[in-house]
Design a protein around this ligand. Sequence first.
Ligand code: ZN
Length: 263
Amino acid sequence: MRQNRSKAYRKLMAMYSTSFGFRQPYQVLVDSETCDTASSQKIDLLTRMESVLVGSVKMMITQCCIHELYLKGKSHQPAVDLAKSFERRKCNHKEAMPGDECIAAVVGETNKHRYVIATQSHPLRVGLRAIPGVPIVHINRSVMILEPASDTTLQFKHRAEQDALGPSTSEKAMLSAVAPPPEPVVKKKGPKGPNPLSVKKKARKHATQEVNTRVAAARVEKVHAGNKRKLHEAEDGGKVSAGAEPRPKRRRRNKTASRPVEV
Ligand SMILES: [Zn+2]
């Protein structure tokens, strides 16, 4: 196997292990046609499979697939002998069905048992590409090929990676349990009280206003007192008078009144 292809296969199997939980020994489900091809071309299926999957493998064949080989006749005896060396996978199909249908049924919709499928059937390979996480192997001119990951597999892997970037379900649960308290704390902080600086400023303003009003009141009192004094002085005949008109009258009165007293 070429170095580049080996590297690509290693990377591909690492992806299946990381994203889909594949573990060694990889369980390889082989169809009847692959057994036939391997025996006729004298391909060591186990060794070649371990080389392609870059790890240990467990070769398996379903009851229906081995039945298919029996039906081919004695000329295919080497393929039957090869298939018999593999572990029998019970598919529980009461009546043997075509190998493709049997393998499709065993893989199901999710390939939950994590099978690697080795098949020469093109329709089956096309069908299996629609199921995420199914490594597919086939023999092409005595070369065993591991197919690149299907679009469905890559999409599934991408979605899994996106989910892994965000919080997990347990973390989400924790966050939802922890998250509510901070919100009330933030709300409490607001109405606790106004900014202390603003409070002091208000107090200062109030104080200055009070002082101002006091000063103003004192001035008013002073003015009133001054006016009263002026009035008193005017009434007593002082030189300073409050108005312009009353002056001459009062002076005359005082003068006329004082003359007889003096005289
Ligand atoms: Zn079956």
